[in-house]
Design a binder for this molecule. Structure first.
Ligand SMILES: *Cc1c(COP(=O)(O)O)cnc(C)c1O
Length: 364
């Protein structure tokens, strides 16, 4: 029985009537950019996250980039982050002219290790980007306290953690800026690219609103050189249909993670470790697996898709490695060699979980 990594089309089938009606209404309206759906989604997401402001933008990478720009990060500045993440996290820093400074991760959670952040702070440090990797919140409360102590800005990269919480608050509500992606494969995904910045700071929100729309201030006045990075109405309309279902989707992911846990706890692989007081939303179910590449190949022959996030950490990527030649990140490098992500989406069935785990045991 073949099992894909994600099944985005399946979710459309579940919500087809509502999505078709919402998209049809956008087409009928003739309003496609900076329209009422985007504004409504901003309010709905701000309320869901419990933050004062939400600004919808063109992608998750843009959410990070415009957030950094709005906060005044630029050439000569350093931004501390993890190398065990998607390239967009560090690209956003590089776009501003600032330098990403990579520090090591906690080997249990794959998230940035606060102790390493503290050690990397220098005179040029201006900000920290904490990534809530695979849907498990990083230690945002501890990192926020550390940032406050050193006068640093905290951005949360919530591209993989929509709906996850830490303590009593959602991810995205702990930092100065919470940056989200609605890329189709994320937990809350559109039918194209878009993203959003959440913030409690009204002045930052206004700057991001201006930056996403060519630096516009009112009509026909451009205060700064901005960008074209707006969420279109089609994406906003689809996301508004899906938002009321996100807690149900995330609960189904958690149920599937428990299903994997039960079936795989007999040993042979290292299972994901939940270390936070809060809710992990399992964007990925990522194990550590001996002989990872061989196991992956065996599963692939049986039609079981798997993913490796991330096989080459950012400090070893051609795009970033020149500035990092002497940098050693042992926990990151070990994770890159051993991680294996299993199929994960809300609609996975018990039979599919059985099939994946049976094949995995045989491959081991
Ligand atoms: C997907 C992702 C991004 C980038 O989001 P896009 O919408 O694809 O630009 C950034 N950071 C992380 C951790 C991601 O998973």
């Amino acid at each position: 029985m073949p099992v894909p990594m994600v099944d985005v089309a399946r979710q459309y089938q579940d919500l087809k009537a509502e999505i078709d009606a919402a998209v049809g209404a956008v087409l009928e309206s003739g309003r496609f950019i900076l329209g009422p759906n985007m504004e409504a989604l901003e309010e709905e997401v701000a309320r869901y996250l419990g933050v004062g402001h939400a600004v919808a933008v063109g992608s998750g990478t843009d959410a990070l980039h415009l957030g950094l720009r709005a906060a005044g990060i630029g050439p000569g500045d350093e931004v501390i982050t993890t190398a065990f993440t998607f390239a967009g996290t560090a690209e956003a820093v590089a776009y501003t002219g600032a330098r990403p400074v990579f520090v090591d991760i906690d080997p249990d959670t794959f998230n940035i290790d606060p102790a390493h952040i503290e050690a990397a702070i220098g005179p040029a440090t201006r900000a920290v980007i904490a990534v809530h990797l695979f849907g498990q919140p990083a230690e945002a409360e501890r990192i926020r306290a550390l940032c406050d102590r050193h006068g640093l800005l905290l951005l949360e990269d919530c591209a993989q953690s929509f709906g996850a919480s830490l303590g009593s608050r959602k991810t995205g509500a702990h930092g100065h800026l919470g940056c989200f992606s609605f890329y189709p494969g994320k937990n809350l995904g559109g039918a194209g690219d878009s993203g959003l910045v959440a913030t409690g700071d009204g002045a930052l929100a206004e700057k991001i609103r201006s930056l996403r729309h060519h630096g516009a201030e009112g009509t026909c006045r451009h205060g700064t050189i901005g960008y074209n990075s707006r969420m279109d109405e089609m994406q906003a309309a689809i996301l508004r249909v899906k938002l009321p279902h996100i807690d149900r989707f995330n609960a189904a992911r958690r149920r599937n993670a428990e299903g994997y846990h039960r079936r795989l706890s007999a040993g042979g692989v290292t299972l994901p470790i939940e270390r936070i007081q809060g809710t992990h939303v399992y964007h990925q179910y990522t194990i550590r697996c001996p002989g990872r590449d061989r196991v992956r190949e065996r599963l692939s022959v049986e039609g079981i898709a798997t993913g490796v996030y991330y096989p080459l950490p950012l400090h070893r990527q051609p795009a970033f490695r020149e500035a990092c030649a002497a940098l050693q990140l042992p926990a990151t490098e070990s994770a890159a060699r051993t991680v294996l992500s299993l199929p994960m989406y809300p609609e996975l069935t018990e039979e599919q979980l059985d099939g994946v785990c049976r094949q995995l045991r045989e491959a081991l």
